[in-house]
Write a protein that binds this ligand. Structure first.
Ligand SMILES: NC(=O)c1ccc[n+]([C@@H]2O[C@H](COP(=O)([O-])OP(=O)(O)OC[C@H]3O[C@@H](n4cnc5c(N)ncnc54)[C@H](OP(=O)(O)O)[C@@H]3O)[C@@H](O)[C@H]2O)c1
Length: 345
């Protein structure tokens, strides 16, 4: 396992982070514990979760992902200081009122969310506390065409950071990060931190894969210059980059189970996946190896957040990080990207 540091900290993290959003829906508590045990045995010490998980959640199961991690953390409590736990507060979403109402980043809500995550996770502190998506109206999750800004939203970058400062002083959280953010949000957070000597975001958790390289446009430069690390999520594009959707789609596959997630279902996504599969095979690799190694090899990626619904998938995905792609293969990847740029935003 390769390790690095959470940017601007002395916290050592594995270059692979275990994503957990299947725990509590697609994976039982026992399966979740087996994945956590296996990942830890393989050297993964970095775990990502969120208050709203599992995927496909509803009012009956929300929080169960954190609770399954919590029962595992209790079992391995002597290892707590060797583990780095990241979780997230949910932003506004009309369908998620069951989490809290309104879902905004007010002082009261942030304190309430942190306390609930601490309880669910059965821990005294959260190593990395992230805002799952911005509070303001902006283009996220692949949206396009922002033509007017949301005049109801009150600029609160400063106020939010002061709440995190309190929570850091209380010892409940150690570091902060953003997710699904854009260049405007990252720069505003950095500016307010610098201006008022407030906590500084260490990471940004955004999608990044062979099917979505939008991070390279504006954020990669900001993050490298400002030392904010990318935690790249969905490196297999929800499983599409295993190649399995090119064949018979089984009802257990994520996008068959949750048809509301259409991000990786477009025609161009299929075409690009086929081309990447051919490239992988022509070089004696599997598509999973090509896809995971590509993300891992980017200098702006601090850690890649992988996901799996079985131990077989988890093993295959972790093993894929041993591959190093040659310049020739990287050039071929760029050729396909130029033909079909970012088919799955
Ligand atoms: N911040 C955010 O908004 C955000 C959004 C998404 C994810 N994340 C984080 O990133 C983590 C990983 O994201 P992700 O789950 O979307 O990652 P991903 O690697 O793109 O997709 C993982 C899914 O693909 C399928 N899969 C994985 N390995 C496979 C293999 N070797 N062969 C065949 N199928 C395979 C599995 O689903 P099936 O078996 O069901 O097909 C698995 O759950 C999440 O757990 C979460 O922590 C964050």
């Amino acid at each position: 396992m390769n390790y690095t540091f959470l940017p601007n900290t002395n916290i050592k993290i594995s270059k692979i982070c275990l994503g957990t959003m299947t725990f509590g829906n697609q994976n039982s508590e026992t399966e979740a514990h087996s994945q956590l045990d296996y990942a830890f045995e393989r050297g993964i010490n970095f775990i990502d979760t969120a208050e709203m998980y599992p995927i496909g959640g509803n009012k009956h199961i929300f929080g169960s992902t954190e609770r399954h991690i919590g029962t595992w953390l209790k079992k391995v409590s002597s290892q707590r200081e060797n583990l780095v736990i990241a979780t997230k507060i949910a932003g506004p979403n009309r369908g998620m009122d069951y989490i809290r109402k309104p879902l905004d980043f007010s002082k009261k809500n942030i304190h309430e969310a942190v306390n609930l995550s601490l309880k669910n996770l059965q821990t005294d502190y959260i190593d990395l506390y992230q805002m799952h998506w911005p509070e303001r109206v902006m283009n996220m999750f692949g949206q396009r065409g922002l033509t007017k800004i949301d005049t109801n939203w009150q600029d609160n970058f400063f106020e939010v950071l002061t709440v995190y400062e309190e929570l850091i002083k209380e010892g409940k959280i150690k570091h902060i990060g953003v997710s699904n953010e854009n260049p405007y949000g990252v720069m505003r957070f950095l500016h307010e931190s610098e201006k008022h000597n407030l906590p500084r975001i260490a990471t940004i958790q955004n999608p990044y894969s062979l099917l979505n390289r939008l991070f390279e446009v504006g954020l990669s430069e900001i993050c490298m210059r400002e030392k904010v690390g990318l935690l790249a999520y969905s490196p297999l594009g929800f499983g599409v980059l295993s190649g399995k959707y090119l064949g018979e789609v089984k009802p257990t596959f994520r996008m068959a189970k949750f048809p509301q997630f259409t991000r990786y279902t477009g025609e161009n996504t299929t075409k690009a996946t086929q081309l990447y599969k051919e490239l992988a095979e022509a070089n004696g690799l599997t598509l999973v190896q090509l896809a995971e190694a590509f993300v891992h090899q980017q200098s702006f990626v601090t850690s890649t957040i992988i996901g799996a619904t079985s131990l077989e998938q988890l093993k295959e995905n972790i093993d894929a990080f041993e591959v190093i792609l040659s310049d020739e293969i990287l050039n071929e990847i760029d050729r396909i990207q130029a033909l079909i740029p970012n088919p799955a935003p």
